[in-house]
Design a protein around this ligand. Structure first.
Ligand SMILES: [Zn+2]
Ligand SMILES: [Zn+2]
Length: 360
């Protein structure tokens, strides 16, 4: 029969061995982290989302945010994968990093299209062009398509990054980073009207640009991508506008910007209470050149699109429970699937069918 003393000793021994195991694990945690990092690096280095997707048209959300800081969303960016080719519409801050995390290395990007020149839509361009050059050993600058004015955007980024480009070539060599592949090359097209104009056509991919209403911002465009019978439309930044409906007619997917006036009004009142009148004025000004989720849903319904994904989310939704107030009664205004985009979402429209698959 065990005495109290022997039970105490056994308990102590058990405690010591558990402590020894935990201590050992604590000491080994660095090694465990290194092993996990090595496994993760293998996976990340070998990732190529385009090889996992079926032939068709795909929308990959590389940034669902806006100029209002949001740690869960990069700035505006949508990657459009058509077959094996990757196009990017707008490149907001942080979007190149999201592309990398999604298995879409910037080295894969064939061209960028800009909807307009607001800072939040272009402030990730420098990182995107630089990463595309150095990781893809590009032999030509990244084509930057857009309306008139796109030339000065490309020239400005090229100027800002030119000194860095010389360091990269000196350090890694011209074979690894071919000097002729540095930077952006502007591909301006004439300003399209609201009816739309084809601005790019190659290998079965057709891109149509159309004017939207983001006044006083001119030019401001939306884009429609068509490939193998599937189609998706990006509204760009716009107030509710019939051009979006017209160009989205019958499209499989509409990616529409959205702002909640109700939530913005909360920020405006907070700015007033904090005696920050200029911030209050900004908050009062922005609703008039954006669309509400309800308006986006009405446009989707009128255009009879297959699905509606809301992006360029204003203001940031600090908790998931705010999605309800953000959407209001939008779901009642559109018969199809509707959701708020998250960075990393991939919507697939496989060729030769009608499927709309969301992976997040
Ligand atoms: Zn914007
Ligand atoms: Zn804008």
């Amino acid at each position: 029969m065990a005495t109290n003393r022997t039970r105490r000793l056994a308990w102590l021994a058990g405690g010591i061995s558990l402590a020894a195991i935990l201590g050992g694990l604590y000491l080994a945690r660095g090694e465990i982290a290194l092993a996990l990092t090595s496994r993760g690096a293998d996976k990340a280095m070998g990732a190529n989302l385009t090889q996992d997707l079926p032939d068709g048209l795909h929308a990959a959300v590389c940034g669902s945010g806006s100029p209002l800081a949001d740690t869960s969303r990069a700035g505006p960016c949508l990657a459009v994968v058509a077959g094996q080719r990757v196009f990017v519409v707008d490149a907001g801050e942080g979007s190149a990093e999201v592309l990398n995390r999604m298995g879409l290395s910037p080295g894969l990007v064939k061209a960028v299209f800009l909807t307009h020149f607001h800072s939040d839509h272009i402030d990730g361009l420098g990182a995107l062009a630089m990463q595309r050059w150095v990781s893809g050993a590009a032999h030509a600058p990244l084509p930057l398509h857009g309306p008139p004015g796109v030339e000065s955007i490309a020239a400005g980024f090229n100027e800002a990054y030119r000194q860095d480009s010389t360091y990269r070539v000196a350090h890694h060599g011209a074979k690894t980073v071919p000097p002729e592949g540095f930077g952006l090359s502007a591909q301006p097209f004439a300003q399209p009207g609201p009816d739309g104009k084809v601005v790019f056509e190659d290998g079965g991919v057709k891109v149509t640009a159309f004017a939207v209403d983001h006044s006083p911002v001119h030019p401001a465009l939306g884009y429609r991508f068509d490939y193998k019978g599937r189609s998706l439309v990006i509204s760009g930044d716009t107030a509710k506008n019939p051009a979006v409906e017209r160009n989205a007619r019958g499209a499989d997917l509409l990616v529409h910007e959205a702002l909640s006036p109700r939530l913005i009004a909360i920020l405006e009142r907070a700015a007033q209470r904090a005696d920050r009148p200029n911030v209050a004025k900004l908050m009062a000004d922005i609703p008039d050149y954006h669309a509400t989720p309800q308006e986006a849903a009405q446009t989707a319904q009128a255009a009879k699109v297959g699905a509606l994904m809301l992006t360029h989310i204003v203001p940031p939704l600090r908790m998931r429970a705010l999605e309800g107030p953000f959407l209001g009664d939008s779901r009642r205004r559109f018969d199809g699937p509707l959701w708020i985009a998250r960075d990393g979402d991939v919507v697939s429209l496989p060729a030769g069918g009608k499927d709309i698959d969301l992976k997040r």
